[in-house]
Ligand binder design. Structure first.
Ligand code: PBG
Length: 323
């Protein structure tokens, strides 16, 4: 054979493969999502998410200490309150569980571990929707923005470095940016869940936050068949002042991640969501796949597609393995 091109030459040894590897995960790329349960007296395992818990104050402090030591890039906090109502009033109470958790984490890891607070109403409403409802029971976009503004001020005041806008209301980035700036919080950054799909992959998360949702979120989250619409959502969020844009879920939407990262000049994040996590954990527990290899392959693929920042429940474990 007279072959001039032999790509296998560069695959011969582990060291050669390492030399020419195009995509490398780094601990600093990873965001660790955590759940904090008001009133919990012990960490509460989440049945559908092996190894993930609803934290108490103390177990949260330990988890973020370990994340920071492992070099994880940031922590993203979701609060699970004891009391909910139709309007999500607790979400704008200055001492709510999420604001408290932000303070506990900032007290523990300071500026070593940026804190992202989830700015959304779904954990705080009795109906489980991401916004407030009008008289017909529809999610009321503009009434929700007024609540998001107040929630943004509460979370900024608690010390959040970044607010994660996950509700998919139109105009949410502009509304929260304006409220923050007017109150002097010009340095609080906004991570916009710009292209968030109405996905079946959020199932285990709903257990994690004890979601009360009846029905679905299809009137505000995106249709899985749409890609051009994702580019529109991203363009709007960047124009409204988003500092980071996120695509969610990750693995079923690698094409969206790639197109978004071609389009924007802000950092692109992707969220490997609860269902993506649980599928791999379940398959590995059943002996069907090699767990560690599958995790590394998935996260590498998400990065290769164009996400420089990746939210994953495996963040601390993977960060340690990269050391
Ligand atoms: C809602 C929110 C959801 C997730 C993060 N923020 C659930 C939803 O939209 O129903 C899902 C994250 C995951 O599944 O890991 N604010």
């Amino acid at each position: 054979m007279d072959l001039t091109e032999r790509p296998r030459r560069l695959r011969r040894t582990p060291a050669i493969r390492r030399l020419v590897r195009e995509t490398r995960l780094a601990a600093a790329d990873l965001i660790l999502p955590v759940f904090v349960r008001e009133g919990a007296i012990a960490p509460n395992p989440i049945g559908s998410m092996p190894g993930v818990v609803q934290h108490t104050r103390d177990s949260l402090r330990q988890a973020v200490t370990e994340a920071a030591e492992a070099g994880v890039g940031a922590v993203m906090i979701f609060g699970v309150p004891e009391v909910r109502d139709a309007c999500g009033d607790v979400a704008i109470a200055p001492d709510n569980i999420l604001a408290q958790a932000v303070r506990w984490v900032k007290d523990t890891t300071g500026d070593d571990l940026p804190v992202i607070a989830d700015l959304c109403l779904d954990e705080f409403t009795t109906h489980g929707h991401c916004g407030v409802l009008d008289r017909q029971g529809r999610v009321d976009n503009d009434a929700t923005l007024a609540v998001y503004k107040q929630m943004g001020l509460v979370l900024a005041d608690a010390g959040s470095d970044i607010l994660g806008l996950s509700g998919m209301m139109d105009g949410q980035v502009a509304a929260v940016r304006e409220a923050l700036d007017a109150a002097g919080w010009t340095d609080t950054a906004l991570l916009a869940y710009a292209a968030k799909y109405a996905s079946a992959m959020y199932g285990p998360f709903r257990e994690a936050v004890e979601s009360q949702l009846q029905g679905d979120r299809k009137s505000y989250q995106q249709d899985p068949g749409n890609a051009v619409e994702a580019l529109r959502e991203v363009r709007l969020d960047v124009a409204e002042g988003a500092d980071i844009v996120m695509v969610k879920p990750a693995l079923p939407y690698l094409d969206i991640i790639a197109r978004v990262s071609d389009e924007v000049d802000v950092p692109v994040a992707a969220y490997v969501v609860s269902g993506e996590f649980s599928m791999i954990e379940a398959a590995a527990a059943a002996g069907m796949i090699d767990r560690d290899r599958a995790i590394h392959e998935v996260l590498t693929s998400v990065k290769r597609a164009g996400a420089g920042v990746i939210a994953t429940y495996w963040a601390t474990e993977v960060a340690r393995s990269l050391r």
